[in-house]
Ligand binder design. Structure first.
Ligand code: ARG
Length: 486
């Protein structure tokens, strides 16, 4: 490489000719991004190779230049893979580091690579390539999580659990039905990521600094080479907006919000006061002082990490809001929140898919789930909250009592049960009738067949429509879900 120097004798910057003094060390560190954007190195190289091929095809650089660039890049890929590449703060960012090394390796061809291109369209392209890969990883992991949830839900399609509203026992549901709520949530999450991917997958390259370029470029060719669905149609917009990254962070916030809700439930269910489940030991930790403790650290951390993911969304929104067209250096701040969000979501999904998962015990052939359900505790809780009161009201309505009167009659029956210290199915028929005596029309509608609707099984089985909790419907929902994933 020719030894370029600044007038002061320092190392040359790619843009240094116009400057009469070098930047201070603090400014250099402050403005550099190489130590976090170098994780886009492979995307940067892919983008550069596609650009170089286009330049050669259009006769803007020679075939020999292209061959030199390809040879140099192949060597750089190897150096990076082997950890031998020397990332240098003086060269500011991933783009300049790689370009400088290329020029050192292949000479003038390296200097021609940047023809018709700017770091502004280059970085926008790199981020989109990087994010597209991250989204594909996330979509795969959501599916893994969902498969685990489906197995657990199937195993518990008929296991009764108290359904809560206001954290008070409301109506019986099955544990499988409850879990399938999270399947639906994450199904929408996957749709959001897939939809976001469409807008990520458009090519900014060719926009150059902001206005396009005077060279006869072929953007469609580059788009095709890099697997983009189309090109970005306005050069100013293409180099400056980061809405696609914001969308990704918004989808991530919703996903981790859903996982945070599930985490809160696992934590609650695992509390000894509730005792609905136990979690496999490897997702929990002990206390350094209290020997008896087994804490659900993984779900707690997921709940906690929701904060940083939401924070990154706000960071990117705030980063964008005051920026005039087109590119501003502000945009360099997009990467850390974006990378952190993707890393957090990927790790969280990986660990969650495992936590909700199961394995078959080789000795017994039995499937062992990491979430160990305690059906007796769930059923016990169900017998404490008059969970079938609505079923009793529905029973009266089906016999012709207006719903509001039935509601009142059942409220009186609940009060009687409270006084007796028992649940509704334990009250003898004459006492049930007596309790609702002054609701006109209630008593004569109470027959001894009422007890079949007051049981948990009867209550569950009766909600037999799409979206309902009847075990038959839960199994159908799981079958539908499996088909969708297939
Ligand atoms: N490191 C910069 C970024 O992340 C690359 C683009 C720099 N362009 C510029 N004109 N300074 O956005």
């Amino acid at each position: 490489m020719s030894d370029q120097s600044t007038p002061q004798g320092g190392a040359a910057k790619a843009w240094s000719g116009r400057f009469s003094e070098p930047v201070s060390d603090l400014v250099k560190r402050y403005t550099a991004s190489v130590f976090f954007d170098n994780r886009m190195a492979s995307q940067d190289i892919r983008g550069s190779l596609a650009h170089a091929r286009m330049l050669a095809r259009q006769g803007i650089i020679s075939a020999q230049d292209l061959a030199d660039i390809e040879r140099g890049m192949a060597q750089i890929v190897g150096e990076i893979e082997r950890g031998e590449f020397n990332w240098n703060l003086d060269d500011e960012d991933v783009h300049l580091n790689i370009e400088k090394r290329l020029t050192a390796l292949v000479g003038d061809a390296g200097k021609r690579l940047h023809t018709g291109r700017s770091r502004n369209d280059q970085v926008a392209t790199d981020i989109r390539l990087w994010l597209r890969d991250a989204i594909d990883t996330i979509l795969g992991l959501i599916t893994e999580f969902q498969q685990a949830v489906l197995d657990l839900a199937e195993h518990h399609a008929a296991t009764p659990l108290p359904g809560f509203t206001h954290l008070q026992v409301a109506q019986p549901v099955t544990f499988g039905h409850h879990l399938m709520a999270y399947f639906e949530m994450t199904r929408r999450d996957a749709e959001r990521f897939a939809d976001c991917r469409k807008r990520v997958n458009r090519l900014p390259l060719g926009s150059a600094a902001l206005a396009g370029t005077t060279f006869p470029i072929d953007r469609e060719f580059v788009a095709e080479q890099l697997g983009f669905d189309e090109v970005c149609y306005n050069s100013l917009d293409a180099v400056s907006d980061r809405d696609f990254a914001i969308e990704f962070c918004a989808a991530s916030s919703l996903l981790i919000t859903h996982l945070s809700r599930l985490s809160e439930e696992l934590i609650l269910w695992m509390s000894p006061r509730v005792g609905f489940i136990d979690l496999a030991d490897r997702f929990c930790t002990g206390s350094s002082i209290m020997p008896q403790k087994k804490n659900p650290d993984v779900p707690e951390l997921v709940r906690g990490k929701t904060g940083r993911v939401n924070g990154s969304l706000i960071a990117l929104l705030t980063l964008m809001k005051g920026q005039p067209l087109a590119y501003n250096k502000d945009n360099q701040e997009d990467k850390e929140p974006l990378f952190d969000t993707a890393d957090t979501i990927i790790d969280t999904l990986r660990i969650y898919a495992d936590m909700m998962g199961s394995k078959v015990d080789e000795a017994t052939g039995e499937r062992i789930f990491n979430v160990r359900v305690k059906p007796a505790a769930m059923l016990g809780a169900l017998s404490q909250g008059y969970a079938t009161a609505t079923d009793l009201a529905d029973y009266l309505v089906k016999r012709g009592l207006p719903f509001r009167d039935a509601h009142e009659a059942v409220a009186l029956a609940v009060r009687a049960a409270e006084q007796r210290g028992c649940d509704l199915p334990q009250i003898p028929l004459d006492e049930l009738r007596a309790a609702m005596a002054h609701v006109p029309g209630a008593v004569e509608r109470m027959g001894d067949d009422v007890y079949s609707v007051l049981t948990v099984e009867g209550s569950l089985a009766a909600r037999n429509h799409i979206g309902g909790t009847a075990p038959e419907q839960v199994r159908a929902a799981i079958a539908r879900a499996r088909q969708r994933l297939a």
